[in-house]
Design a protein around this ligand. Structure first.
Ligand code: FEO
Ligand code: CA
Ligand code: CA
Ligand code: CA
Length: 670
């Protein structure tokens, strides 16, 4: 019962139901990173930091000063909006609804339980079965991609992850101490991914269709393990003596679309599914937050592979980036070991000038790291089957790096008293430190195989920089600048924990920041970079927030940036996962220009219903889609006492869904 004392600091004295199902209590357990990496705060010269009031005045003085609609905390655009961003921001709210700008329409595209195949039954909340769920849209959609199947863009494949299950919200009268086999098997079938054809009407509206491409991947679908750790003893189990065949994928959070048309997806909080870690007392497990005896969902009672005392290596087969070819419904998805094993939020690929590919991925936990992988092989052009087969091997051979941020810039800290940099800029330098390449390790005392399977420990040893929960990472389609959402970290600066650093400048960081990383020479293969903080999120009225120097009286409040995406004009879109951290307001999708005079002018494009998180934004020319994850997931609520009735209304149960937003006869933001 090692976590009892650690839960004592929760207001309720115990971890909330929402936290336990969502991330296995990642926020309540003590952080697994206890390594003594260089404390970034030791490296910077604090003497040059300025006091808050001075800086805020300077920032406000440098931009337009017209304050509007201060009562809502948002502002209408004054003057011409940048291309693609001509909409009136949605005001913060706590409604049990999706709210979009005036003139826009929205509709649910697909929701938990909707049939994906002609033989699948309609959803029936009170008569769920595992067999039905395996043929229906899964629970808690997070990442989404919309891939055109034809040149008109009218026929698309929608691919979504299903990150986790919230059993108390899925089953009336759910007894957490005694889940039934059927409930557990429903949960296995509700995890994973969905592929479904969606047709786009002329106005942008999306309609799901049955098609031969439709597919469910679940916690029991077979995966092939590829790359340098495939076949490793560390991955062998009694059911799989090859160490190269794994059943299922778990806790798939964000992801990415590759240039060759496949989907990458990050296995995030996999630790929470494995029981009896304490009996093993293995620091390599502890470093991943694999601790405790029983799991929240009790799967270990129904399949011994979730019991570490019986299958100590099964846990090593999760925490990878997976790749799925949605155009080949019979294909076996893969787990790419060359990208390392950690709580992968995502993986996003960029092609270098010479054809090598670079994949960025964040490890989403407090004080974890940002990684980059560079392939040895080069991308093959064209969309032939042979080209795709080749390209799907690129992430199996290359070099894995971790980011180290160096503190030789002017001190740029918000130290809890609201100190901002004098010139309104956060800027610094950094380097990519190699961990392993093929079967060669660059980490003293660890074999390459160990580096791939226990990547967090390898990164600890090379002094990687501890970040405030690295979430989604995307490169700007034109400039190549890398944008990383750093969601939050309330432990920053707590006793015994690392204090503020330049890229993580705020103690008790509830609201997160968005980091811009520019590879030297714009070359993604470079091992050196510069960086800047574009946003320090929160209430714009608070002195410890920063919106790229833009007039803060005109921006929308935002907390806990999670997913990032770009529109065709190069504007950055950010979805948030704040769990009500900003005055109890709902989460949303925000858009902000990254260049020009409007840089930093962040506006809320939509908000999601009570208890939900906004995920998986896809910004098209005529339609924006988001995943509305875990509507109604608030403490004290359950299927017996639902806090949301979205989307079906009345006294219905909330259902995680994909939502499309469009505007009749107009393009998005025009
Ligand atoms: Fe599942 Fe990092 O959010
Ligand atoms: Ca999520
Ligand atoms: Ca996420
Ligand atoms: Ca999230």
């Amino acid at each position: 019962m090692r976590h009892l004392p650690l839960l004592a600091n929760h207001p309720a004295g115990r971890a909330a139901v929402t936290c336990r199902y969502r991330c296995g209590d990642a926020c309540f357990h003590d952080v697994p990173n206890t390594s003594g990496n260089p404390y970034f705060g030791d490296l910077v010269d604090r003497r040059t930091a300025l006091k808050a009031g001075v800086v805020v005045a300077a920032l406000a003085g440098g931009a337009a000063t017209t304050a509007t609609t201060a009562t809502t905390g948002t502002a209408a655009a004054a003057g011409p909006a940048p291309r693609g961003l001509d909409f009136d921001p949605v005001a913060p709210n706590a409604l049990d609804a999706v709210v979009v700008p005036d003139g826009y329409r929205h509709e649910v595209v697909i929701r938990w339980g909707d049939p994906l195949f002609p033989d699948a039954p309609e959803f029936d909340f009170d008569h769920q079965t595992a067999a039905a769920q395996a043929r229906q849209f899964g629970y808690n959609c997070d990442f989404a991609a919309l891939l055109p199947l034809d040149p008109t863009g009218r026929v698309n494949l929608l691919v979504t992850n299903h990150e986790y299950t919230g059993e108390p919200f899925m089953f009336r009268g759910y007894d957490e101490s005694r889940p039934t086999r059927e409930q557990v098997e429903i949960a296995w079938a509700a995890h994973g991914l969905s592929v479904v054809r969606v047709d786009q009407a002329r106005d942008g509206r999306l309609t799901p269709r049955f098609s031969p491409y439709n597919r469910r991947v679940t916690a029991t679908t077979e995966f092939r393990v590829t790359g340098p750790a495939a076949g490793s003893d560390l991955l062998k189990t009694s059911a799989d003596p090859t160490g190269a065949r794994v059943l299922g994928t778990l806790n798939n959070c964000a992801g990415g679309v590759t240039p060759w048309g496949t989907i990458l997806s990050g296995e995030e909080n996999f630790n929470q599914y494995f029981a009896n870690a304490d009996a093993l007392a293995d620091p390599r497990l502890t470093r991943y937050g694999v601790t405790g005896t029983e799991t929240t969902r009790k799967w270990e009672r129904f399949d011994p592979r979730f019991d570490l005392a019986r299958e100590p290596h099964e846990v090593n087969r999760f925490g990878w980036v997976i790749e799925l070819d949605p155009t080949d419904p019979g294909s076996t998805p893969v787990k790419h070991t060359a990208l390392g094993r950690f709580k992968h939020e995502c993986a996003n690929v960029r092609v270098a000038a010479d054809g090598r590919v670079v994949a960025y991925s964040g490890d989403d936990e407090r004080f974890e790291y940002i990684y980059k992988f560079v392939s040895t092989g080069r991308v093959r052009k064209g969309d032939s089957k042979a080209a795709r087969r080749h390209n799907m091997t690129l992430l199996d051979d290359g070099t894995l790096y971790v980011a180290r941020f160096t503190g030789d810039s002017p001190a740029a800290e918000i130290d809890g008293t609201g100190t901002l940099p004098a010139d309104g800029k956060f800027d610094g330098r950094g380097e990519w430190v190699p961990l392993a390449s093929g079967d060669r390790s660059f980490v003293p005392g660890m074999s390459a195989e160990e580096v791939y399977v226990f990547t967090r420990l390898a990164a600890d040893r090379v002094g990687a920089t501890k970040m405030d929960r690295p979430e989604d990472i995307q490169t700007h389609p034109r400039t190549g600048v890398v944008y990383c959402a750093l969601s939050n970290n309330v432990d920053r600066g707590k006793a015994g924990k690392e204090g503020p650093t330049e890229p993580n400048p705020r103690v008790n960081n509830k609201h997160g920041q968005v980091l811009e990383l520019t590879e030297r020479g714009g070359d993604p293969l470079s091992l050196a970079f510069t960086w800047n903080l574009m946003l320090v999120c929160g209430d714009p009225a608070s002195p410890d927030t920063y919106f790229a120097g833009y007039d803060k009286t005109r921006v929308s409040p935002i907390s806990s940036p999670d997913n990032v995406a770009f529109d065709r004009h190069g504007n950055l879109w950010i979805s948030s996962d704040s769990a009500g951290a900003l005055g109890g307001h709902n989460d949303g999708l925000y858009a902000v220009p990254v260049s020009g005079p409007e840089r930093g002018h962040l506006k809320a494009f939509l908000t999601v219903p009570r208890g939900a998180e906004t995920c998986g934004p896809v910004i098209g020319e005529r339609v924006v889609t988001v995943c509305v994850q875990h509507p109604g997931e608030v403490d004290g609520a359950s299927a017996d006492n639902p806090a949301s009735h979205w989307p079906d209304g009345g006294d219905s149960q909330p259902r995680p869904s994909v939502v499309a937003v469009w505007r009749e006869g107009r393009r998005i933001g025009e």
